[in-house]
Design a protein around this ligand. Sequence first.
Ligand code: GLN
Length: 410
Amino acid sequence: MSSVASTKLAVNLRIAVVQLNPQIGQVKQTIARTWELLNKFKQNSKPPDIVVFPEFALTGYNFHSRDQILPYCTVANVGPSYDLACKVSQTFQCYTVIGYPEKTMEDDRLYNAAAVVDPKGQLVFNYRKSFLYETDEEWGCNENPRGFQTFPLTFKNNARDANGNLQEVTLKTSIGICMDLSPYKFKAPFHDCEFATYNLDQATELIICPMAWLHSISAIAGNDNENDVRLALHTIERSCEREHVPLDGSRGQFELNVSENATIRLSRSDEGNRMAYAELDKPDMSNVNYWLLRFLPFLFLQERKEWSPQALSKVIPDGRLPRNSYIGATRSGHWAFKNRSAVLAIANRCGIEEAKTVFAGSSGIYKFNGKECEGHDAMDSTNNSVELRGNLGKGHEGILCRDVQFQVVR
Ligand code: GLN
């Protein structure tokens, strides 16, 4: 067997994430606003390589029964969500990822899915949510029987070799839909970080997350304490009055964030302000920090160096658990991600459904750089091993677009 020397490629990817407030029963209106927003974007930015839409981007999220959601369900390559993705892909000559409710042709099963459409408008992958939220279970959603998955995405002119020659590059890609980032059924041990661990073990390079993630002010699904719910409804109503938005949230007041130099707010969290649905043009840093905490295996942590191989071999007993690492550490090394890089694109929806489910917006683009930054290893957005390339605010529809540079070895 001849050994082939590995080459380093410098990749530049222009990623756009679209934040929408889709209301149930208003697919046409949502599509119309999406094009208004995309047309503004087109005039202000070079075409992106990939556009990411939220979970259930056009349909709205809080469905309560199979009958209610059925009229919105389609097979992967038919219907309004797929049509929109095709047009977006053709407009920008890019990949498009869009969350939509899927009904299979063979057995009428329902899934919470995300379609991936290539620049020619062909469906190249369809991912189904693996970990379900309570709301998904209400309408009879099925779990992805395959669990988390990776797939290849080829970008034609996005990489350069050591001599500066343009090369095509195929990135190992995965999709996580919202609850996929959480502990399974909120019951698995928090530190298992199932989705992040899967991606670390698989050496995924591009991680795409269409989401309908809730703001903590929401009257949470499954909370049957009437007083809590009444208080939450009241707080949401007051917040909307104060922010001058209707009870279903802001629509059509677009935030276009395509400037490379936009300021990036780093903060440990808005703890004091955690419950507030205010400053809709600013990201909800408590959620941003929480998402990054769920990617702990990708963050540099000084203390990993102190974890003993014996202790690690207990949590990673080869061949018995579906993981090769624990919070980023393997049996053979402190940090499997050291000197690697990965890009994370989160497209979260915004707005409010049923005056009680408030979505957190704050869509963002991140680069995990694999650097050991001694002394800067807090488990949040201040950790120097994650670069916050930009975030949208929590409350308005908009588009965030960034060029992300990273290196891959081939
Ligand atoms: N964990 C997520 C949340 O609390 C789940 C929501 C979802 O899957 N849409 O918002």
